[in-house]
Design a protein around this ligand. Structure first.
Ligand SMILES: Cc1cc2nc3c(=O)[nH]c(=O)nc-3n(C[C@H](O)[C@H](O)[C@H](O)COP(=O)(O)OP(=O)(O)OC[C@H]3O[C@@H](n4cnc5c(N)ncnc54)[C@H](O)[C@@H]3O)c2cc1C
Length: 369
C-alpha cells in the first residue's frame, strides 16, 4: 500500500455523507469529501435568492425539519443542539382538508420534537464538513470512480477525466453515483460501474423514487389568517405541504417566507410531460403559479407574494429501502460503502443512520490494512 494514500473519499455532502465523513475523521481516518454542489447539504440545502430590489431571501427548500426516534441519532442531535447547530421548532402544526376547507386532526401534545438546522437546514452539514480531518471540495462533480486490482486502491476522476486522487476506501452517498437513472438526467454514465459487484448492483438497479416541486414564496406582511406555521394538505392533487420558513428559530423575519411542496403525483405528471432533464424556466414558472393558485384555493389567505419561485427535486424521496438491516451497502474486499436515506428510510434520520453505518464499516475496513 502506498503510504501517501491514507485517505477515504466520501462522495456527497448531504447529511449521510457529512455524518460519515465527520465520524471517520473523529476516529482517526482522514477524509476527502467531494460534492458537485457549491455548498454542503444536498436535500438539506438552503437556497439564497435575491429580489430585483436587492433583498436577500433564504429558504430551506428541501427538508423543512426532521424528527428523531433512534437513540444513536438523538445523541448526535443533542450534541449539535449544544453547539447551536440545531434547535427545536416549537410551532403548532395542522392538517388541512381541501374538500371541506377546514383544518382536521390538529395535533396533540407529546408528538416527536421537530428539529431544524440553525440558521439554515444546511448548518449541520456545513459544520461537519469543516471538522478536523475532513477536507471538503465543493463544485467538484465526480465523473468516474475506478478500482485498481494492481494497486488495491480507488481512483477518483472529475467530469473531464482529471485525476482527483487515489483512496483506500470510498463512500458513495448518493444513489445517482451508481444508478442508470442519472443517464436520463445528465446524459452521462453513472460514475461507479457496479457490474463487477452484482450483489450490490442488483439492489440498486430500479430503485423507485418520488419527485417533488418546492415553491418558495415571500410576503411583505405576515399571513395572520393562517392559524398554523406548518400544515399538510389532504385531498389535493397538487399541494401536499406548506410551512412558514420565517417562523423557524434563527431565521430573519424581515419578510414572511413560506414554502409549498407539491404532491408526488403532480410532480410525476409534470416530469412525464417535460422529461427528467433540468426543467426550463417556463416550466418552473407554470409550476410556481399552479402551486400558489392551489394555496390560494384553500381560502386561507388572499395575500400576494412579492417573490415566487419553484425548484424541482427529481428524486426527493426514495420509495424503497435497500438495506434496512445493515443500513448501508458494503463490499469488504474493495472497501466500498454505499449509504444514504435510500438504504434505511426516506428521511434525515434514515440518512444519518446510514452514514453512521458506512463510517463503521470503513473504519474497520481501513484499519485492518
Ligand atoms: C422537498 C423535500 C422535503 C423533505 N422533507 C423531509 C422532512 O420533512 N423530514 C425529513 O426527515 N426528511 C425530509 N426530506 C428528506 C431528506 O431531505 C433526505 O432524506 C436527506 O436529506 C437525504 O440525505 P442523503 O445524504 O441521503 O442524500 P442527499 O442529501 O441527496 O445528498 C447527496 C449528495 O451527493 C452529491 N452528489 C451526487 N452525485 C455526485 C457526484 N457525482 N459528485 C459529487 N457529488 C455528488 C449531491 O450533490 C448531494 O449533495 C425531504 C426532502 C425533500 C427534497
Amino acid at each position: 500500500m502506498n503510504s501517501a494514500v491514507s485517505k477515504v473519499a466520501v462522495v456527497g455532502s448531504g447529511i449521510s455523507g457529512a455524518v460519515c465523513a465527520s465520524n471517520l475523521a473523529r476516529n482517526g481516518v482522514p477524509v476527502t469529501l467531494f460534492d458537485s454542489a457549491r455548498g454542503p447539504g444536498g436535500r438539506m440545502s438552503q437556497r439564497r435568492e435575491n429580489t430585483e430590489d436587492g433583498k436577500e431571501l433564504l429558504f430551506d427548500h428541501g427538508a423543512p425539519f426532521f424528527t428523531v426516534n433512534k437513540s444513536e441519532v438523538l445523541s448526535l442531535v443533542q450534541e449539535w443542539e449544544s453547539r447551536g447547530l440545531v434547535a427545536e421548532w416549537k410551532e403548532k402544526f395542522g392538517s388541512f382538508d381541501f374538500v371541506t376547507q377546514k383544518f382536521i386532526d390538529t395535533e396533540k401534545e407529546g408528538l416527536s420534537k421537530r428539529f431544524v438546522g440553525v440558521p439554515g437546514m444546511n448548518s449541520i452539514c456545513k459544520a461537519l464538513c469543516k471538522e478536523n480531518g475532513v477536507e471538503s471540495k465543493f463544485g467538484v462533480s465526480i465523473g468516474k470512480i475506478e478500482w485498481s486490482d494492481d494497486e488495491n486502491l480507488w481512483s477518483l476522476m472529475g467530469l473531464d477525466g482529471q485525476i482527483l486522487g487515489q483512496f483506500k476506501g470510498i463512500v458513495a452517498s448518493d444513489k445517482n453515483i451508481v444508478s442508470p437513472r442519472i443517464t436520463q438526467v445528465s446524459g452521462r454514465l453513472p460514475p461507479l460501474d457496479l457490474s463487477f459487484m452484482p450483489e450490490l448492483s442488483a439492489k440498486l438497479q430500479n430503485l423507485p423514487v418520488q419527485p417533488c416541486f418546492a415553491v418558495m414564496l415571500a410576503f411583505a406582511e405576515p399571513l395572520t389568517s393562517i392559524p398554523f406555521k406548518g400544515f399538510s394538505i389532504q385531498n389535493s392533487n397538487v399541494l401536499r405541504w406548506a410551512h412558514c420558513e420565517s417562523s423557524k428559530p434563527g431565521r430573519s423575519t424581515t419578510s414572511e417566507r413560506w414554502v409549498l411542496h407539491s404532491t408526488a403525483e403532480y410532480a410525476e405528471n409534470i416530469i412525464a410531460q417535460t422529461g427528467l432533464k433540468k426543467p426550463s424556466d417556463t416550466t418552473l414558472k407554470v409550476v410556481a403559479d399552479e402551486l400558489f393558485q392551489e394555496f390560494q384555493n384553500t381560502g386561507l389567505s388572499t395575500a400576494q407574494p412579492f417573490f415566487k419561485k419553484a425548484h424541482r427535486w427529481g428524486s426527493a424521496f426514495p420509495a424503497a429501502s435497500v438495506a434496512p438491516e445493515e443500513k448501508c451497502l458494503w463490499n469488504k474486499n474493495k472497501r466500498l460503502a454505499i449509504c444514504g436515506d435510500f438504504c434505511v428510510s426516506p428521511n434525515v434520520e434514515g440518512a444519518i443512520q446510514s452514514g453512521l453505518a458506512a463510517a463503521l464499516k470503513l473504519r474497520d475496513g481501513v484499519s485492518c490494512l
